[in-house]
Design a protein around this ligand. Sequence first.
Ligand code: ADP
Ligand code: MG
Length: 485
Amino acid sequence: MTTKIATETVPYELVSGLEIHVQLNTKSKIFSSDSATFGAQPNENISAVSLALPGALPKLNKEVVAKAIRIGLALNCEINQYNFFDRKNYFYADLPKGYQITQDNSPICKNGYLTVTLANGDEKRIGINRIHLEEDAGKSLHDQDSKYSYVDLNRAGVPLIEIVTEPDIRTAEEASALLTEIRQLVRHLNVSDGNMEEGSLRCDANISIRKIGETAFGTRCEVKNLNSIRNVRRAMEFEFGRQIEVIENGGSIIQSTLNFDADKGTTSPMRTKEEANDYRYFPDPDLQPISISDEWLAEIKSAIPALPKEIAKQLIAEFGINTSEANMLAEDIDLYQYFNEAKTTVNNQKSLINWLLGAIRGLLNEQNIGIKEFSASPKQLATLINLVDDKKISQQNALQQLLPAISANTDVLAKANELNLLIVENADEISSYIEEVFAKYESQVQAYKNGKKGVLGLFVGEVMKLAKGKADAKKVNELIIERLK
Ligand code: ADP
Ligand code: MG
């Protein structure tokens, strides 16, 4: 815990397991061809299946299964090659069927784990109990009208997976490290956009406490629908304190479902916990069991790209960059793909890394865009970097003038030429600039000769100005020193 009381004065430890709902980024829904994309007008993405009209039958989207298997393998799970769907029965206005199609006793993946690295360098292995497939429900809108609630069924039938961890989490930091890594993995594997603000990744945190040294678990409470990693941490820290207080005051924890109030940072009861048998789970008779052949499983396995941790390791070995640099590149799949494409054109790959993690990252942050929206293609950027490395254009001109002038079909070299940015290899011209600067700064030249070497920078700067940046600063520097001897 980050709360000091946890380790110093209070003899309790936190125990937590997370249920992480991940919206898969398939084009269509799990049991129909309705679009599964975010941001449509209310009830635009619906058909007989989403509306649950009588007689409408579900048909499984194969891509959903493939994506669940991909993340399952990355989380070191066993894949249940024979699994099936159940009905979870409950009534709610945004659930027109009266049941949610989900997996109860036969999840598609089970018995996995993920090892996360904590701030102090320690590694922590967190078990994954299971991953099951399910459909999302619709959405009730209570704030659109003063008298009525509206129902939007766009989300009904959008594919979800639920990743359920073992109660192995002991601190809020471990929970946040786990979520950060899972978000990265689903993005990396093109399983989900992992966007917590848009609800593509949501988390319920089950939290209990026990006296340090005890082996039995305490009674848990489940905090529902946490929509940011920060709120997961806050909810855990609050619950830890609250439960300790209840126990210390002689009370006991009642198993319940809680809401988290993000403004106040507190939890409040939503309902007491329902039992699994309240839902009357039974296998859905409308759907065939899923049978995953060895061949298909092997095919999916072989198509899984290297994972961020492996990529980072390889980048460190190949380019001698440090861990945080390697992670920056390995953890952003779009940036890494851009790097791989640019790599084939650029002459100096280390230089490409420096550009991407330095100047280009800065630009992207400034414009608040990802590398995918960047105006220069990998090939164009590589060409520009080559021009700089070959001393055909100054770094500054490349960044400030050439880069902003690049768009989709720009020929980079032609553009540099057109903008008159190419360095003139004309020593006479540079010499005449040097003369000009010396004439202007006579007293400084004298000062230099008297030992005040610091004025050298001034001369170089002035010459570069006269050359409009189209000179190699290092060479100018050498020429000036030569001349002042
Ligand atoms: P349910 O479906 O009723 O929520 P699950 O068996 O699916 O129950 O478990 C839900 C989550 O609760 C799992 O992530 C599990 O690790 C966690 N969990 C179970 N027992 C405890 C406990 N005593 N304290 C904290 N978390 C727990
Ligand atoms: Mg639960």
